[in-house]
Write a protein that binds this ligand. Sequence first.
Ligand code: LIP
Length: 266
Amino acid sequence: MSDLLELAVGIAREAGEMLLAKRPARPEVVQTKSSGTDVVTALDRASEDLIRQRIRAARPGDAILGEEGGETGEGRVRWVVDPIDGTVNFLYGLPEWAVSIAVEVDGEVVAGVVNAVPRGELFAAEKGGGAELLRDGAPAERLRCNGEVPLSEALIATGFGYLPARRAVQAQVLAHVLPKVRDIRRGGSAACDLCSVAAGRVDGYYERGVNHWDVAAGGLIAAEAGARLGGLRGRPAGSDMTVCAAPALFEELCDLLEPLDPERDA
Ligand code: LIP
């Protein structure tokens, strides 16, 4: 493990332990963002504060982009932090949430960690070094996404944005996708969804409107497990659209989505 990945793993573990220890039975919403359903809890902030402190202590010259604190510092190395991905699940006590930390060098993600805390699973990857699932007391498991799955037999994860107008378009798109695939899963954490692609727990994933911090670490983990990550019409993955699956299914998913114009405004 490189020094950067080791540091990211240590920080993601510490933030995860803090969140598990401090999560009250009903966490309180302290702020809403893009809409009334886009919530922030006090522990989103506490987790990001802790992560920022640890990064600054170890690597004071690095830049940090965090969901709650925005962009700070500058430098060739940038840390991309989602202190809790799946905040709505965290709020309700559902287990699908994670601490997500990616490290970029010159704009390229080179290391990524998704600590799926309630499940006791930590996913980690390094550019060119493969992806692994780490569980306490178990040997590291090398990850490989499912290959050779036709669209009609594919289990596809997706997610929805927080803006009502965008959700209306996402619902229309979903109505066309659902009859064409094995089934749909909406877990509530893009970072966990991408790790599920990596681990073969779903076959593919698509979502419009994700932020870089939602998918930076999980995207590398899925790619290092053999999946292709991108947008529609040959564009890179981004907030317009992020698609992820083994290469043949990725193509089929893009062919299905493109004519539906899922990037349109309502
Ligand atoms: C969430 C994602 C989820 C997506 C939501 C949101 P948050 O991140 O991971 O999958 O559908 O729109 O972006 O807000 O929990 O960090």
